[in-house]
Design a binder for this molecule. Structure first.
Ligand SMILES: CC(C)(COP(=O)(O)OP(=O)(O)OC[C@H]1O[C@@H](n2cnc3c(N)ncnc32)[C@H](O)[C@@H]1OP(=O)(O)O)[C@@H](O)C(=O)NCCC(=O)NCCS
Length: 204
């Protein structure tokens, strides 16, 4: 089923990345005491720091200036008020990452489709935190009745993000070339998607 979905062009780096991620065995998180739990306003300072680093140093986010704690708190509150899932990863009492699902687009016919975001603290990346967060986010979104999840990945060079989504069952939909500009270069967005729960096999 997964492999009948479209893939990036043969011979492309993107295709290899997605195939490799699908074939790798999963981390089981056993090397650390990782808990995935609903995020709360108390997590905002840590979340703000994690996101600020991603905005300032990377191309996953197309924001250019990191939002402050008040803005991040407001964003969290507006998602939670509409019952979108917002999760934190905690290891040994420290927030090591977070993920949330929000509306994909505002028009009401899109209401069963969400877009995900996942960020892991720089010193915790590559240890299975992103994978665990995304798996939990998929489940929490399906439980709430959402039917499709979309990843809009900033930059086709974003190997970790593309791989973590492929590992979580997302398939490649396409690439919008050159739609962003950051750090002096044009950036693509890579679109990936997966069904949630029964997906489109039943009416919502
Ligand atoms: C993308 C991100 C969330 C991934 O989280 P992570 O905790 O580093 O990833 P994981 O350790 O859970 O890796 C999951 C899978 O992705 C793959 N992967 C992770 N990092 C990779 C890399 N740099 N290159 C290639 N594959 C990679 C592996 O296949 C891994 O599978 P495995 O569990 O079998 O080893 C994290 O790196 C991050 O926050 N990056 C900066 C912000 C960002 O890009 N966010 C995404 C916005 S949509």
């Amino acid at each position: 089923m997964l492999f009948s979905k479209p893939l990036p062009p043969k011979g492309s780096r993107l295709r290899q990345l997605i195939m490799d991620a699908r074939l790798k065995p999963a981390h089981d998180g056993s090397q650390m005491s990782l808990a995935i739990r609903p995020a709360t306003p108390a997590d905002v300072p840590a979340i703000t720091r994690i996101y600020a680093h991603a905005v300032e140093t990377g191309t996953a986010s197309f924001e250019l200036t990191p939002p402050d704690e008040a803005e991040m708190a407001q964003r969290m509150e507006s998602l939670l008020a509409k019952d979108f899932p917002y999760l934190a990863a905690e290891a040994d009492g420290t927030v090591t990452g977070y993920a949330y699902a929000g509306p994909y687009r505002a028009r009401p016919a899109y209401r069963f489709t969400v877009e995900d975001s996942v960020y892991v603290a720089p010193d915790q990346q590559g240890r299975g935190v992103g994978r665990a967060l995304l798996a939990a986010l998929v489940e929490a979104s399906a439980t709430r009745g959402f039917r499709q999840m979309i990843a809009v990945i900033g930059d086709s060079e974003q190997a970790a993000s593309i791989a973590v989504h492929a590992a979580a069952g997302f398939y490649y939909v396409g690439t919008f070339p050159h739609v962003g500009y950051k750090f002096g270069r044009w950036l693509d967005t890579v679109l990936m998607q997966r069904a949630l729960g029964p997906g489109s096999t039943t009416a919502p």
